[in-house]
Write a protein that binds this ligand. Structure first.
Ligand code: ZN
Length: 116
């Protein structure tokens, strides 16, 4: 589930840095030049709430099991938040973008040229 996204058309690999700097929306693949959507919704609506839940659970567990909990909780929270921020680009997904009719026609004419 947590891995760097690849192009849905040609499976070209994108680097961690590229994905983390990518904005939500349509992009052209650097490799096959086809359109896809960079989708960050999964990270925002599933991954982040899950991280918050883990954070709360761990805080409660530490709170129950130790007497000197404050510094332990601070350190644990810091580690979890840092890990979550680092994992965020791995939750980005690329979806193939639907082509418009004119784009399809252009693609088809290019294919026919190849056949001739
Ligand atoms: Zn591609």
């Amino acid at each position: 589930m947590l891995r760097l996204p690849v192009c849905p058309h040609c499976h070209a690999v994108y680097s961690y840095k590229e994905v983390s700097e990518m904005k939500q929306g349509a992009r052209l693949c650097y490799h096959c030049n086809k359109k896809f959507m960079a989708d960050k919704k999964f990270g925002r609506f599933i991954f982040l709430p899950a991280v918050c839940l883990i954070l709360i659970l761990i805080n409660v567990m530490i709170f129950i099991s130790t007497d000197s909990f404050s510094i332990v909780i601070m350190l644990a929270d810091l580690v979890i938040v840092t890990a979550a921020v680092m994992l965020m680009p791995l939750t980005v997904r690329f979806k193939p973008e639907k082509m418009t009719k004119s784009e399809k026609r252009k693609l088809r004419s290019e294919e026919q040229e190849k056949d001739m």
